[in-house]
Design a protein around this ligand. Structure first.
Ligand code: ZN
Length: 256
């Protein structure tokens, strides 16, 4: 079965997990023009993220981790992965930051979680306590995407790809990912994308296997259901029989 082969094929796996964008996408210009609105928008985002059901993906990642297969997780869910899963902190790269705290852009001081929570509820903006910062307003420690990844993310991803032999992407919004996936695809030979539609800008002749599914968490559930817990794991995973090795058969589309 192809799903089993995908998991078997990798010694180490990088995973990109992205959730739906917050419907009212904001950017740093909003922060500069109206910090109050920015704070209340982050409060809405935090509430919205609380309701996301991503347990199946978290279970799969935890499973990969327990078998020593998980290299890094690039999480684009503003800190929810760290909060809701049992993945080791050092494995999670929070691409868009964290909705739990604010940061001073001058000195780098961060707020406490509870203090920030109260600020979001009351929209009383936090100021930096460092004397030399002259009461500079602390910005929520998030990056709102505008359809592009932060530069640091690309650098970290490229570095990390050299240490892993499979990039597994769970994408809920392929449009926003097109440019970065295009970059990744040119650097990595093994990419599996799970999403609603094939990401724009990603050429089908590149080394990509794409699973189309209305709900990307379904594939995570399927892999978990088909995982043979009794089987000896080590020799299983070190086989290398993924069908995307052939340059002309790399784009396998499976409608689930
Ligand atoms: Zn400061």
């Amino acid at each position: 079965m192809l799903i089993e082969k995908i998991v078997k094929s990798a010694k180490k796996i990088n995973v990109v997990v992205q959730h739906d964008f917050y419907s009212q996408t904001l950017d740093s210009s909003l922060w500069k023009s109206d910090p109050n609105v920015f704070y209340s928008a982050i409060a809405d985002l935090a509430r919205d993220l609380e309701t996301k059901q991503t347990d199946a993906i978290h279970s799969l990642l935890y499973h990969l981790q327990s078998f020593g297969l998980l290299n890094k997780v690039f999480s684009l869910d503003w800190g929810q992965m760290e909060k809701k899963s049992c993945i080791a902190k050092e494995k999670i790269i929070k691409v868009y930051g964290n909705v739990d705290r604010a940061i001073c852009e001058i000195c780098g001081a961060t707020s406490g979680k509870q203090e920030f929570q109260e600020a979001l509820e009351t929209t009383d903006l936090l100021s930096c306590r460092e004397f030399s910062c002259h009461g500079n307003l602390m910005r929520p420690a998030v990056v709102l995407p505008e359809g592009r990844f932060p530069k640091d993310y690309l650098i970290a991803l490229n570095t990390s790809l050299r240490q892993a032999d499979l990039l597994l992407c769970f994408l809920f919004n392929p449009e926003a990912d097109s440019s970065v996936l295009y970059n990744i695809a040119s650097k990595s030979s093994n990419i599996v994308v799970v999403g609603r539609s094939f990401p724009q800008g990603l050429s089908p002749c590149q080394n990509v296997t794409f699973f189309q599914t209305a709900d990307p968490t379904l594939l995570a559930k399927e892999i978990m259901n088909n995982w043979d817990r009794e089987e000896e794991v080590a020799p299983l995973f070190f086989q290398y029989d993924l069908p995307i090795a052939n340059a002309h058969q790399q784009c396998t589309c499976i409608i689930m």
